[in-house]
Write a protein that binds this ligand. Structure first.
Ligand code: ZN
Length: 98
């Protein structure tokens, strides 16, 4: 297994893990229980690890699509972070402007 991603928040890691799973890359979230109570700093950042080492470069590519956006494929809502197909003006989930 290899670490593909780490984030300040578990939500970010879950988004990445869901995205990787959706693209056929099995992965796990580690340190998801490391966060303290609300308002406390996390002891260890949550991390996403790919199960197969050979998936690491693919995983990094997919993650870069989330981080930098990929206008040809998917737009991530700034409000609820749901993914929307390119060309949508309004988020299908929360109905706010993309
Ligand atoms: Zn939304």
């Amino acid at each position: 297994m290899k670490r593909a991603y780490s984030a300040d928040t578990l939500i970010d890691c879950q988004l990445v893990a869901d995205w990787l799973h959706g693209n056929g890359v099995p992965c796990e979230i580690f340190h998801q229980n490391a966060l303290g109570a609300v308002g406390e700093l996390p002891v260890t950042s949550p991390e996403v690890w790919v199960r197969r080492d050979s998936d690491l470069s693919l995983a990094r590519q997919l993650i870069s699509q989330i981080e930098f956006g990929d206008s040809d494929k998917t737009i991530f809502c700034q409000h609820c972070r749901e993914s929307n197909p390119a060309g949508f003006d309004i988020c299908w989930k929360c109905q706010l402007q993309l």
